[in-house]
Design a protein around this ligand. Structure first.
Ligand SMILES: NC(=O)C1=CN([C@@H]2O[C@H](COP(=O)(O)OP(=O)(O)OC[C@H]3O[C@@H](n4cnc5c(N)ncnc54)[C@H](O)[C@@H]3O)[C@@H](O)[C@H]2O)C=CC1
Ligand SMILES: O=C(O)C(=O)Cc1ccc(O)cc1
Length: 306
């Protein structure tokens, strides 16, 4: 892989930005990586571990002469960061972001991007429950999707360049409209996170009753919930507050289904439960068939295809 952007500025140096920095180094995608974060401690850690070529104190300074600027901060502060950097952006530069929500980010950031600068939102569908500058790794985006959300009038060359950049980070790139993105992610990521938070909260409420047995005997399903429910509180608070409509729509449907299953359990409707679980099992299999579950152990695949 070769250089795609001369200077890349990373605003926010958490899981996603640090993974991008290591990924850029792995593939040689940038001549210079400049980073900044709000807290002095994060900037100090980034310096210590050699994450960027330069770590500077302000976002305004970081974006100076940058060809690509990536906003990698919680969704709720994207607008404020954009306002700060707007006057300092280089003509012809591209500003992108990695936020988990797109419509609200476009509304908050868009007005601060001057004419002559390309704003192309993006969302890598890859992450972990960890956060901060030490949590990143170069392989995070390998074989994961990265969704680009260009406007109809976005500069095609700038979009293609950002595509090449994300491909260089290992991702499979697709383009999507912002509203569609927010609805799809509400189903596949946002609502599931809320459900995990709830399930772990319920278990915690019961802890005294069960004398810590919930933790001691937690089976794989509950452990998966606890991993997801360990995700960054600021990030997820912002996701729900900014993708409110789509998340509420999906949660409404979810509670309807939950009530239907609850009713089937109460009335002893085993056929309903069996049919429901048969349908959902097929979905898991189709994900594995499509090769999209990179975490699935190989024995899982060979069981499906003996
Ligand atoms: N964690 C995940 O699994 C994924 C997160 N995302 C999105 O990526 C973005 C960043 O998330 P992570 O890297 O996980 O977060 P993180 O919590 O690891 O890092 C966030 C960084 O932003 C900095 N920051 C916070 N407020 C700031 C401000 N006002 N000005 C400058 N810097 C500020 C923090 O100091 C920190 O360095 C979020 O918008 C999130 O929705 C996207 C895909 C996956
Ligand atoms: O850790 C997990 O299970 C995730 O779901 C990671 C993730 C979190 C947020 C995103 O916007 C995209 C991916």
């Amino acid at each position: 892989m070769s250089v795609v952007y001369g200077r890349v500025a990373l605003i926010g140096l958490g899981l996603i930005a640090s993974s991008m920095a290591w990924g850029m180094r792995r593939a040689g995608l940038a001549e210079e990586i400049v980073g900044t974060a709000r807290s002095a401690q994060t900037r100090e850690t980034a310096r210590e571990i050699g994450l960027c070529d330069r770590v500077v104190d302000t976002a305004a300074e970081a974006v100076k002469d940058a060809d690509l600027v990536v906003l990698a901060v919680p969704v709720g502060v994207m607008g404020a960061v954009a306002e700060e950097i707007g006057p300092h952006l280089k003509q012809g530069a591209t500003v992108s972001d990695v936020g988990s929500v797109k419509r609200a980010v476009i509304a908050a950031v868009g007005p601060h991007i001057p004419d002559g600068v390309n704003f192309i939102p993006a969302h890598p569908l890859a992450g972990t429950e960890h956060s901060g500058p030490r949590s990143g790794f170069a392989e995070l985006f390998d074989n994961r999707f990265c969704l680009l959300v260009p406007a109809e009038n976005s500069d095609r060359q700038a979009v293609d360049r950002l595509r090449a950049y994300w491909e260089g980070l290992g991702a499979n790139v697709e383009e999507m409209d912002a509203d569609h993105h927010d609805l799809v992610l509400a189903v596949t990521s946002h609502a599931p996170h809320l459900i995990a938070y709830t399930m772990v909260g319920v278990a915690d409420d019961l802890r005294r009753v069960t004398d810590s047995e919930v933790i001691k005997y937690s089976a794989a399903g509950f452990r998966d919930f606890t991993r997801i429910a360990a995700s960054d509180p600021t990030m997820w608070r912002d996701v729900f507050l900014t993708n409110k409509d789509a998340t509420l729509e999906i949660l409404g449907r979810f509670t309807e289904e939950l009530f239907a299953l609850q009713r089937a359990i109460r009335t002893g409707d085993g056929d309903m439960l069996f049919d429901y679980f048969t349908r959902t099992r097929a979905i898991r299999r189709s994900i594995i068939d499509a090769g999209q579950d990179t975490d699935a152990p190989d024995f899982g695949r060979s069981k499906v295809h003996p």
